[in-house]
Design a protein around this ligand. Structure first.
Ligand code: PFF
Length: 462
């Protein structure tokens, strides 16, 4: 970022400088968006909720709800040019509404904290699979062996705790030292590499796996299998994977120079994120079907399918190690986006040094994350409401808080922000693109979120 604030003098400028280019901004937001949500979560929820119909609803959610909300978040971030809480307060006052919109920031802080707690545990498993690659733990393994390797990993308090701890420390160190940009620069090289590796793996799955059945499973909708819960999960997954609904994108938008196109930046991120998720599915499902793995086997799916493939392919150990390293980096750039809102909140509210705030938040998220560690081991029988502690933290953050945050963001951008403000900020005149965005932000996105909420809670039957 350079320190020069662009734009007309009457406009607010960021306190922390601006992105050096549009590409830097797009890469940073993509770095936050692409993570475990694409590689780990997308395939397992698709498998759990029945395939094609779920994918279709997910795609509709991404483009009809996610894209307008991401655009709104960037727009609000750039107009407010502060952290999400202050931005919402300032804009709320400026538009003649109430400063209470700042509470939206509270939802983001809480959602990020909750997600981070379990995200770190899953990323810890990824770390342990880097080790597994080098020790040859899955080389030549058959179905039973990869399933039992995952069982051993996830049910072992020691392995899960070590992985969780190492990953949380990695996240806290980057945020405490304020060296996010170094990591973001690295991801500029590593993300294209991840994409290339995924393409190679798709080719492998095409040759060795049951590709036709996988394509059929992923893209032929069977609406009989679709439940209202599945629709809520698809919506939650759209928010989770795009990192929207919690102010992270808003924070990044605060550093976007005037005049940079917002809609095309948002579209680029959404397309890249969706492409990576679909590619991950096309790698994993052919392997699943060729080897008789159950697509609905839950959070362990990727950790079973991929080692099965790596264990059989020539040079698979190196591919496997490289793949898990790249996924770790992708998760790392996402986790700093998750911890940042809480850290910023502590720094600004209690005037604590950044490093101290990072340690406090990481420690608290680590403690809560131990609940997820227990959910897959000794505490797997401890169930209430949605299931284990992991199930509850995940459901509350992903399926409730993110859509709620997204709803408030889009209502603010569509209804509270006046037409002049939003068209000036979006910078595409008042033609088709502007009207299209405003229609989606005012009507389609809020209505979809509200309907899905009401339907999932049983209040409305569609
Ligand atoms: N989008 C990330 C993923 O798909 O893994 C998760 C995430 C990161 C959500 C940052 C929200 C966020 F602010």
């Amino acid at each position: 970022m350079n320190e020069q604030a662009a734009g007309s003098p009457s406009r607010r400028s960021s306190l922390h400088g601006h992105w050096s280019s549009r590409l830097a901004f797009v890469m940073a937001v993509t770095g936050s968006a692409v993570g475990l949500g694409n590689i780990w979560k997308f395939p397992y929820v698709v498998g759990e909720y029945g395939g094609g119909a779920f994918v279709l609803i997910y795609l509709v959610a991404v483009f009809a709800v996610g894209l307008p909300i991401m655009t709104s978040e960037i727009l609000l971030g750039r107009r407010g040019r502060r952290n999400p809480i202050a931005t919402m307060r300032i804009l709320g006052e400026e538009e003649g509404s109430t400063p209470h919109w700042q509470w939206l920031g509270g939802i983001g802080v809480l959602a990020g904290f909750l997600i981070l707690s379990f995200y770190s545990v899953i990323a810890g498993w990824v770390l342990s699979y880097i080790v597994n690659s080098f020790t040859g733990a899955y080389s030549g393994a058959d179905l039973d062996q990869v399933v039992s390797l995952f069982e051993t990993t996830s049910s072992s308090l020691t392995i899960s705790t070590i992985g969780h701890t190492v990953f949380m420390v990695m996240t806290a160190v980057v945020v405490a030292l304020g060296v996010q940009h170094g990591l973001e620069r690295a991801i500029r090289i590593l993300m294209p590499l991840l994409m290339v590796l995924l393409l190679i793996l798709v080719a492998y799955s095409y040759i060795e796996g049951d590709f036709a059945r996988a394509v059929d499973f992923m893209f032929t909708p069977n609406f009989d299998a679709l439940t209202s819960e599945a629709v809520l999960v698809a919506l939650g997954q759209a928010f989770f994977t795009l990192s929207i609904g919690m102010g992270t994108v808003m924070a990044y938008g605060a550093y976007l120079p005037e005049g940079t196109p917002i809609t095309s930046s948002a579209l680029t991120v959404v397309l890249a994120d969706t492409l990576i998720a679909i590619l991950a599915g096309l790698v994993i499902f052919p392997i699943i079907f060729a080897n008789g793995l159950d697509p609905a086997s839950g959070p362990g799916l990727v950790f079973e399918a991929l080692p099965l493939a790596f264990g059989q392919m020539p040079g698979g150990i190196y591919f496997g190690a490289l793949f898990f390293v790249l996924v770790t980096f992708a998760a790392w750039t996402s986790s700093i986006g998750l911890i940042e809102p809480a850290v910023a909140w502590i720094v600004e509210t209690f005037y604590r040094p950044r490093a101290e705030a990072a340690i406090i938040v990481a420690l608290a998220a680590w403690l809560l994350g131990m609940g997820t560690v227990f959910s897959f081991s000794v505490g797997s029988d401890f169930v209430f409401w949605q299931g284990t502690i992991f199930d509850n933290v995940e459901y509350l953050s992903t399926n409730i808080l993110l859509p709620l945050g997204g709803l408030l963001i889009t209502v603010f951008a569509g209804w509270v922000l006046c037409r002049n403000s939003s068209s000036e900020e979006l910078g595409v005149g008042t033609g088709f693109i502007y009207r299209g965005w405003r229609f989606m932000a005012r009507f389609v996105a809020p209505a979809a979120v509200v309907l899905v909420f009401l339907h999932a809670t049983g209040l409305v039957k569609l």
